[in-house]
Unconditional design. Sequence first.
Length: 183
Amino acid sequence: MAAGVFAAQGYDATTVRRIADEAGMLAGSLYYHFDSKESMLDEILSAFLDELWAGYEGVLAAGLGPRETVEALVTASFREIDRHLDAVAIYQREARQLASSQPRFGYLADSQRRFERLWLGTLERGAAAGVFRTDLDLRLAYRFIRDTVWVAASWYRPGGQHSPEEIARQYLSMVLDGVTVRE
């Protein structure tokens, strides 16, 4: 419940009373489980990131080639969007501000740096192996892929026409192979 309210209203505009109302309980009852709305948000974001990183670490442990690693990372990302849509929306909207203004959310900036190292390192490994183009700025390519994938949280709805795996497959086809017909 809290994740949906934070995603819809934003962190600053969300009150504990509003979360309690959505959950059908008294505001004071929430304090039995959480000491503050910051704790609620922390739980939402850390659970999302823990699952995301567990999936990414599984991909890395598989020892795949660079292209296959990118494919598996994109697929894992869409699965997490499916599982944690509200948390992804919160993360996208709030992470930078939270990380810079509240020490308890410093792990968000750490995660962003770790995310960049993982994806950029995979692209660099692919360029060095001749799998990815070397005429592109790989940091720009990383940002393009990152933004292309994660912006899907703004329109994606769990249970929709396409599964996360199908969306990942189509995105990967467009990102890695383009949208023009090949002769």
